[in-house]
Write a new protein. Structure first.
Length: 422
């Protein structure tokens, strides 16, 4: 069939988008690559259409875990779109996509927040009804706040997004279900487990009705439900749900995709919390192997798993190896997260306890005290990391006959949740 180049490019893009929506990125990528080539060869080049083609290709590459190619294409798309029509909806769409890439693939919530705010300015300034664009961008801003541990801010942004989505697409739309699931996660992080479980189950019903039982969106909800069940004291149900989420993601994306590592990390954490140190260690090491192939070495997912492995080794009594992992995690956290980020405090709390175990209490005690204080201020007294740091500090105080201080810090866990506004 001898089609005109423009018609052929449009056809390739339409089929590619259909494949990408089905999760068939390996089929979508070559079609988008052909469309980009056609757009580049056009005379004159339409920079707006080329930018859109590059953005489509970038999204498919990112979904497939090919992050270097995805980044190069989305950056070129942003540059072309800004030069072509800086205040257009098309530019806003591409900035939004670059923000999501910066957040998920680069673990850079500060850059993502900047890009999402630029996106909002455009959506709110162009003519027409842009409520859907505003709503999805508010949801993305909530995600960036969540990455930084600002769960109260994130919850408000997500509720604002849901109000707009409810008024535009309705409560049974997949986009509304995604926001509902995200809100469930945020409620869980604040210790509101019953409400979180309700939100997650309701969103899962919508997603299963639209996309079937075994899709990535359902897997993400299942993993969060697994965490809720664990925190509610049901480890068997938590493991079953989390392992099913891992199965779905592995089947959809292949064994070496970074998202498989993310879900596998959740399984490793359940093993650790259940005292199965052998399984926790082997699973964490497998996660790090996946990340080594698929993520930048200083990604916050990498630091989270190195922290987890450090905790496993600490509980095994392998203190030197544990210190290596915890200091590597802290180095990534300090370089990639903001100075007040809760991840830094989480790792410092573990490192403080390790130093105490190494008989370096003069250094370890103040580090544990300060880290626990930071955690209280950022994620509140109901978060499990606060509970762990508090129990360790109380144990240290009691071992040194400082029972009144032990009682005081344990009592703080019963205080109202701390605000994480900064």
């Amino acid at each position: 069939m001898n089609l005109q180049p423009e018609v052929r490019a449009q056809l390739l893009e339409s089929i590619g988008l259909a494949y990408r929506r089905q999760g068939s990125n390996d089929r979508a990528i070559p079609l988008f690559e052909q469309a980009v080539a056609i757009r580049r060869d056009a005379r004159p080049v339409d920079n707006g259409k080329l930018a859109a083609a590059l953005a489509n290709l970038s999204q498919a590459l990112a979904d497939a875990g090919r992050l270097a190619g995805a980044e190069a294409n989305i950056k070129e798309a942003v540059a072309l779109s800004r030069a072509n029509a800086p205040s257009s909806v098309e530019t806003a769409d591409i900035l939004y996509q670059y923000g999501l890439f910066s957040l998920n693939a680069k673990s850079d919530p500060q850059l993502a927040t900047t890009l999402f705010n630029q996106t909002l300015v455009i959506y709110r300034s162009v003519p027409g009804d842009q409520r859907l664009g505003v709503a999805t961008t508010l949801s993305a801003l909530s995600g960036a706040a969540q990455w930084s541990g600002n769960f109260v801010n994130a919850e408000q942004l997500m509720r604002d997004s849901m109000n707009l989505l409810g008024a535009t697409v309705g409560r049974n739309h997949p986009d509304y279900a995604v926001s509902m699931a995200n809100l469930g996660y945020l409620l869980m992080q604040q210790g509101k487990y019953a409400e979180a479980e309700q939100m997650l189950n309701e969103s899962m019903q919508i997603e299963r009705g639209d996309f079937g039982l075994d899709n990535q969106r359902v897997a993400s909800i299942e993993a969060n439900l697994g965490t809720v069940y664990e925190r509610e004291g049901d480890p068997v149900r938590a493991m079953k749900m989390t392992q099913d989420a891992l199965r779905i993601i592995s089947e959809r994306l292949g064994p070496d995709h970074y998202q498989v590592g993310y879900f596998m990390d959740a399984v490793a954490k359940l093993y650790l919390d259940g005292g199965n140190l052998d399984a926790a260690e082997s699973t964490a090491r497998r996660v790090l192997q996946i990340y080594e192939k698929s993520l930048p070495p200083r990604h916050l997912y990498v630091s989270a798993t190195r922290h987890l492995l450090g905790e496993v080794l600490l509980r095994r009594g392998q203190l030197s190896d544990a210190e290596t992992e915890l200091r590597a995690a802290l180095d990534i956290d300090l370089g990639s997260a903001g100075p007040g980020d809760w991840r830094i405090a989480r790792t410092e709390a573990s490192l403080g306890w390790l130093l105490i175990a190494q008989d370096h209490s003069a250094e370890g005690e103040p580090m544990l005290v300060a880290a626990r204080s930071k955690l209280l201020k950022t994620v509140g007294p109901l978060h499990p990391e606060v509970g762990l740091a508090t129990k360790r500090l109380a144990e240290y105080y009691r071992a040194h006959h400082r029972d009144a201080e032990a009682t005081r810090v344990l009592a703080e866990l019963k205080a109202p949740a701390a605000s994480v506004l900064r």
